[in-house]
Design a protein around this ligand. Structure first.
Ligand code: ADP
Ligand code: TRP
Length: 324
């Protein structure tokens, strides 16, 4: 049985792109597999950017509530906060002592900012070592990541290999990256890829009033008069609707747009309905958790117990190998 592990950034409530492109596929995968899966919120990595404690906590809760609301089963997946496993930071130190400084200077996470060195803290510089510790602490075999994380994965394999070589046996497992080429593309309200950095988000957990405002104000439509035919494929409203409605509903909207007599206002109303109804169960669960943080803490604590046991065993192996 392989162990699959991945970390998720906690930069706020996941948006529709995160939910359709990452959360749902990951949950489906975890349900279908016989493998063991570990999933954690990388809230220690967040500290490289976010220095406000209440913001950091709120982001972690929102991410956790969203995953649980989308159906993550904590009896099948070890779900925890990175910061609940201090063994990881200890391991990150050991790894750092075996990894060449020069290789770290090539990491994208750091290089992207290296023209503004005054913005780079030492945590950001050693980000790949903490990420390697996240993986190696749990003897993970496979790590599903986006292509932007492949270099970090390569560093995790590299440092594991260096330590194995030094101690003369496989004390750490060299993990394999697993990338998914068939990832979904969810457009944002402006038609570009939905992304936190672009401010073009739809929040499927938001209430009807908020969603209505965002859809009506932010989604751009052309000036074709109501009675004229419209091209569904060139419209953001339709493109998003197609991703959240059933195929029959999507076909019905396409036919109405092509026939004319159906305006963008109608299409936006139908999109609103699809989002409000399609995520009603998830929204209820999300709100229930956000109103009951102890329940959320209890779910995360369950995973943390298991995670700490595994990480502790790994750290103990290294401690004795290094003479501590
Ligand atoms: P953002 O671009 O908003 O910062 P992240 O880079 O944190 O999002 O992405 C987290 C996960 O969500 C990744 O697996 C990514 O592929 C997925 N994802 C993000 N935006 C989209 C989108 N617009 N469509 C599909 N998947 C997305
Ligand atoms: N760096 C990853 C990202 O930006 C998040 C992450 C942290 C991670 N630790 C990890 C992913 C370990 C996979 C395995 O998305």
């Amino acid at each position: 049985m392989a162990r699959i592990l991945t970390g998720i950034q906690s930069t706020g409530t996941p948006h529709l792109g995160n939910v359709l492109g990452a959360i749902r596929p990951a949950i489906e995968l975890a349900q279908d597999t016989q493998d063991e899966s570990f999933l954690f919120i990388a809230d220690l990595h967040s500290l490289t950017q976010i220095k406000d404690g209440s913001e950091l906590r709120a982001n972690t809760y929102a991410a956790a509530a969203a995953w649980l609301a989308c159906g993550l089963d904590t009896d099948r997946t070890v779900f925890y906060r990175q910061s609940d496993v201090p063994q990881c930071t200890e391991l990150a130190w050991y790894l750092s002592c075996f990894f060449p400084y020069n290789r770290l200077t090539l990491a994208h996470s750091f290089k992207d900012k290296s023209n503004r060195l005054e913005d780079v803290n030492a945590g950001l510089f050693s980000y790949p070592m903490l990420m390697a510790a996240d993986i190696l602490a749990y003897d993970a075999n496979e790590v599903p990541v986006g292509k932007d994380q492949l270099q970090h994965l390569e560093m995790a394999r590299d440092v594991a290999g260096r330590i194995n070589h030094k101690v003369g046996r496989e004390i750490l497992i060299e993990p394999e990256a697993r990338t998914n080429d068939a990832t979904m593309y969810v457009p944002g309200t402006d038609g570009a890829k939905m992304s936190k950095s672009k401010g073009n988000l739809l929040d499927p957990f938001a209430d009807e009033k908020t969603l209505k405002k965002v859809i009506n104000k932010q989604i751009v439509t052309d000036a074709t008069p109501l009675e004229e035919p419209k091209d569904p494929e060139s419209s953001v409203v339709y493109k998003i609707y197609k991703l959240v409605a059933s195929p029959e509903e999507a076909n019905a909207m396409a036919s109405k747009l092509l026939a004319g007599g159906y305006g963008w206002g109608h299409a936006k109303k139908d999109l609103l309905g699809a989002l409000v109804d399609g995520f009603s169960q998830e929204r209820d669960t999300f709100n229930r958790y956000m109103a009951d943080l102890p329940a959320l803490d209890a779910e995360l604590a369950k995973g943390a117990d298991k995670a700490r046991t595994v990480a502790n065993a790994t750290v103990n192996r290294l401690r004795s190998a290094f003479g501590y």
